[in-house]
Design a protein around this ligand. Structure first.
Ligand code: GLN
Length: 465
């Protein structure tokens, strides 16, 4: 009931697209009964959570924040959602995002932009240039900005996001949360409406590392997603004992990217020193192909988008245009009316890259660069490094009015410089808030781990928290 009240009180954040009040009350009552009998289903029984609106939820509208899917009520729930429900967790709502998870600001949604709850914090308002919080507020990051705003504003205890190039870590970082992108193949993508199948993973947002580990522990292998691994890899829980002197932290020199704020850089240096003082081994490492990651990601992303979006034809799901003079006209008009310009431009670019005469120059080349980026990480981890420590974003959250001024797509691409290589390589990464900037907004750092070493990664994150 308190979470539902918080949702009502924080409507101005625009974090939720759908609030599942009746269902939540019913689930909560059932959980309460189990808890009073001393028979909880597990550690998450009765815990309220929210889900990004690109995960299918049975008989609950699932829109991807797009006109295209308005009125789509899936006949099933995504595996990760179902697993949480089976554990007794209480679904309070579906959260806002950039249309089809394309973006880094949660500003490109048909339901309007998400506001970062920190815009209303005392620490930010004291520094603010304007008195009116309705004209001076900062973005929540994206594309899972609604999930981040929901957890940060205390209306959910945990939230699912999706992470294809940083979409869970970016908003998690700007909203001061712990946000985990698990290893590709650890969690099921069944029922997550795809952006880039070869990079998409469900992401977990919580307030603490411990909570993230608990949620990760109950999700896992799924027969319906053949890319998920056997249970031998499945994480269980954080170890009781951990000695930071046993680990080696790598600091990649290529992550000193142009555009990084002085405060983010200083914060990164401070935490590196913290590890050193505690006795961890710290060494500078090189990931030479980092600079090509953004271009590589965008070619692969557009190609997969071009293919994935083909299913939205106006016949099977959601929106259907009234123009039906021919089948072609129906397809074309439906897609023109249904998708925003970001989605349409990616479809167009992807189809261009995939033309017979362009295929080798773009798609094959990008696949080759993808391999080089993956090899960079492999070499570093083989040299004895346990985790890499990097910033998550270039700076703290931008003001909404500044963010939309610039060419949004360029900005969006630059923002992902630290997060995208991880998806290209399929590795696990977690972002942890470490300080407040002089503007009174969270600054976070990212830890990157080896494939399927998600619990080890969280163990180090837990030390850092
Ligand atoms: N910002 C990136 C994009 O627009 C990543 C999005 C994501 O992780 N879903 O594609």
């Amino acid at each position: 009931r308190r979470c539902l009240n918080r949702i009502r009180k924080t409507r101005h954040l625009n974090a939720y697209i759908t609030v599942t009040e009746d269902l939540a009350m019913k689930q909560a009552q059932e959980a309460e009964l189990r808890l009073t009998r001393g028979k909880p289903l597990g550690p998450l029984d009765g815990i309220p959570f929210s889900v990004k609106d690109n995960f299918c939820t049975e008989n609950i509208e699932t829109t991807c924040a797009s006109h295209m899917l308005r009125g789509y009520f899936p006949p099933f729930s995504a595996t990760v959602v179902q697993k949480l429900l089976d554990q007794g967790a209480v679904l309070v709502g579906k959260t806002n995002l950039d249309e089809f998870a394309m973006g880094s600001g949660s500003t490109d949604s048909v339901f309007g932009p998400v506001r970062n709850p920190w815009s209303y914090s005392v620490s930010y308002r004291e520094q603010s240039r304007e008195q009116d919080p309705d004209s001076d507020w900062v973005i929540a990051g994206g594309s899972s900005g609604g999930s981040a705003a929901a957890v940060a504003s205390l209306s959910s205890f945990m939230a699912l996001g999706s992470d294809t190039g940083g979409s869970t870590r970016n908003p998690g970082s700007l909203c001061g949360l712990v946000a985990l992108k698990p290893t590709y193949g650890l969690l099921s993508r069944h029922g997550l409406i795809p952006l880039v199948n070869s990079m998409d993973v469900p992401g977990i947002m919580t307030r603490t590392v411990h909570d993230a580990a608990t949620v990760l522990g109950v999700l896992g292998r799924d027969e319906k997603d053949s890319t998920t691994v056997e249970s031998a890899y499945s994480p269980s829980s954080l170890p009781e004992e951990f000695d930071v002197r046993d680990i080696c932290v790598g600091v990649p020199k290529e992550y000193h990217a142009p555009g990084m704020s002085a405060e983010t850089l200083a914060q990164w240096g401070r935490v590196v020193a913290l590890f050193e003082r505690a006795g961890a081994r710290v060494k500078e490492v090189s990931l030479p192909h980092t600079q090509h990651s953004i271009v590589c990601y965008h070619v692969l992303c557009c190609c997969e988008v071009a293919s994935n979006m083909a299913r939205f034809d106006g016949l099977q799901y959601g929106h259907r245009s009234k123009v039906d003079s021919s089948t072609e006209a129906l397809y074309a008009t439906t897609r023109h009316e249904g998708f925003n310009s970001v989605v349409r431009s990616r479809i167009l670019a992807g189809n261009y890259f995939l033309l017979k005469q362009n295929y080798d120059r773009y798609f094959v080349k990008a696949q080759q660069i993808r391999r080089l980026i993956t090899e960079d990480f492999r070499r570093v981890f083989q040299s004895g490094v346990d985790v890499l420590l990097t910033p998550t974003t270039l700076s703290d959250a931008a003001r909404y009015s500044d963010f939309i001024q610039e060419d949004n797509r360029t900005r969006s691409a630059q923002e992902d410089i630290f997060t995208q290589p991880v998806n290209v390589a399929g590795l696990p990464a977690v972002t942890v808030p470490t300080a407040l900037s002089s503007r009174g907004l969270p600054i976070s750092l990212q830890l990157i781990g080896q494939s399927f070493q998600d619990m080890k990664l969280l163990t180090v994150a837990n030390w850092m928290e």
